[in-house]
Design a binder for this molecule. Structure first.
Ligand SMILES: [Zn+2]
Length: 111
């Protein structure tokens, strides 16, 4: 019997996932980054997504801030994320992760 494991990032992502893993302020800032179109994909695969996120002018609440590289990976244990703006051993689901998540969710809807 072949084990088919259709791991995919978009299957693991949802609005609920974002709300569960990110704090309210980061959801707000991430949404602002997303709505200003500051996501530049580097590589988009089913199980791995890498993108530049942010780098906008203005105040944080408007999505302003430094550009960071964000990576999402679909693992058997769930979605794993990494943002270069986070300390190495403290990977919060930050505003950059939120922005990329919204971007991926929107992409899925469009398909
Ligand atoms: Zn970040």
């Amino acid at each position: 019997m072949t084990m088919k494991s259709p791991l995919s990032i978009t299957k693991l992502l949802s609005e609920e996932f974002i709300e569960k893993n990110a704090i309210a302020s980061n959801i707000k800032y991430g949404r602002a980054i997303y709505s200003r179109n500051a996501i530049k994909p580097i590589e988009v695969l089913n199980t791995r997504v890498e993108a530049w996120v942010g780098g906008l002018d203005g105040v944080v609440v408007e999505g302003g801030g430094t550009k960071r590289r964000v990576e999402f990976k679909a693992l058997k244990t769930g979605l794993k994320w990494n943002c270069t703006g986070n300390p190495k051993n403290h990977q919060i689901f930050c505003k950059h992760c939120v922005a990329l998540a919204f971007w991926l969710l929107k992409k899925r809807v469009k398909k």
